[in-house]
Ligand binder design. Structure first.
Ligand code: ATP
Ligand code: MG
Length: 409
């Protein structure tokens, strides 16, 4: 179908229009996020008005801008529009292009005109009738009029600064603008679940920082790179995301050496959570997010959550708690993290997972075994080894040549 270079995109707000007194800060936030998502289109201007947000393209490629907008949370729908001179022939030409782009089989349509410039010689009824008649003549095999439930509406707005035509309504990502719900720490592994949990948290307006535990030399550089690349994928929904890598080797070795096998998992998880909480406190995070789903594996029972969560009173939020694996995988495919997640680089947990962890760990026992360890010291040293970097949308980290080298050797 024909490509159209649009002039402006009109964005309709989602849930935020119902947010009462928060409305202004939500709209400001969305404006900021849209500007961030489009930062490399120099000519683009964004006006976040109380009722609608307008993106003025000033020549920027509308197809590319549209793809970016589809990933910005807080947008319900948006409509690209064409702006023409205040002249009926120009309106006809633009409407013709809109139909040619969208319609390839017979549909019903109507023209709906609004006029705020009352000096324009044609009234709204006249415009509806004349433009409708013109389009019927141009596309006799494709169009019939239905004023009640048309498949397609050509909306014409006669404004002071020109005439705007829109037709297509594109579905936005929904949700709330990232950042409007505050900041949270996401425990991001290289698995399938935590990236999906991160996506869902961001969709509810949470600005995330990723906390990733790695255990060299038990885990490879590639495993770390994979977690970073996943972060790059997720950053498409928020512009950029901080990635905090936490060395976990000493803790895992110590736990493995001193704690009975049935409690290795529980005690490791308690350390991870303590560290994530400490990082949240230092960085003004309000909650910890993880990718646990109830009953999925041994560590994801309610008994286990109770024993692990006892180390903190910060909320531990689990966006995929009630999702089946197949549902999680479906989202992972939609957000394009699945193929990365299934790459076979071991993360720090798989390496130290005992064959049969307790599914119903006991909190007192977990605390007792930890009493045999220098919890404070282990925490301090892990925190001292933290590295933080900012990862941008689409940034890549996996060594694409790895396979080639492996074949050469
Ligand atoms: P995922 O697919 O997200 O790895 P999973 O089903 O494999 O989840 P686990 O490996 O038991 O389950 O991990 C449960 C959760 O603990 C993860 O979703 C993640 O939030 C957190 N987690 C596990 N390993 C790490 C890690 N190396 N760094 C940070 N968080 C982790
Ligand atoms: Mg995992």
């Amino acid at each position: 179908m024909a490509k159209i270079q649009y002039d402006e995109i009109m964005v309709r707000y989602g849930e935020l229009s119902t947010k009462g007194h928060n409305k202004k800060s939500f709209i400001d936030r969305l404006g900021t996020n849209v500007r961030k998502a489009l930062h490399d289109f120099d000519a683009v201007k964004v006006h976040a008005n109380p009722d609608r947000l307008h993106v003025l393209l000033n020549g920027a490629d509308s197809d590319q801008v549209i793809e970016r907008l589809k990933k910005v949370f807080g947008i319900q729908t948006f409509s690209p529009s064409l702006r023409v001179e205040k002249d009926f022939a120009a309106v006809c030409a633009a409407a013709r292009a809109l139909i040619a782009k969208q319609v390839d089989h017979p549909v019903t349509f109507k023209v709906e005109t609004k006029r705020s410039d009352h000096k324009f010689p044609m009234g709204t009824f006249e415009m509806n009738r004349e433009l409708g008649g013109y389009l019927l003549k141009e596309f006799p095999d494709l169009l019939t009029v239905d004023v009640h439930q048309p498949d397609i509406e050509i909306r014409v707005e006669i404004r002071l600064n020109g005439i705007f035509l829109t037709s297509e309504i594109i579905k936005g990502a929904g949700g709330l603008p990232v950042g409007s719900a505050g900041k949270g720490m996401m425990m991001l592994s290289g698995g399938i679940d935590s990236p999906v949990a991160a996506y869902l948290a961001m969709k509810r307006g949470v600005s995330l920082e990723m906390v990733h535990f790695y255990s060299p030399p038990y885990t490879s550089e590639q495993a770390l790179a994979k977690a970073k690349e996943l972060t790059g994928k997720l950053a498409q929904y928020s512009g950029s995301i901080r990635f905090i890598q936490v060395p976990f080797t000493e803790i895992q070795e110590t736990v493995k050496e001193k704690v009975p096998e049935g409690y290795l998992m529980t005690v490791q998880r308690r350390f991870m959570l303590r560290l994530a909480v400490e990082i949240a406190k230092r960085r003004h995070g309000l909650a910890i997010f993880n990718g646990e789903s109830l009953g999925q594996v041994a560590s994801q029972t309610m008994e286990s959550m109770l024993a692990i969560e006892a180390v903190t009173n910060l909320p531990v939020l689990r966006p995929v708690l009630s999702y089946d694996k197949t549902e999680i995988i479906k989202i992972a495919e939609q957000i394009d993290t699945y193929d990365l997640s299934i790459l076979p680089y071991e993360d720090c947990c798989t390496v130290f997972t005992p064959p049969s962890p307790k599914t119903k760990p006991n909190l007192e026992k977990a605390a007792k075994y930890e009493g045999w360890l220098d919890v404070e010291g282990l925490m301090e040293r892990a925190l001292a080894g933290i590295k933080i970097e900012e990862i941008h949308a689409g940034q890549e980290f996996l060594n694409q040549n790895e396979d080639v080298f492996a074949e050469l050797l």
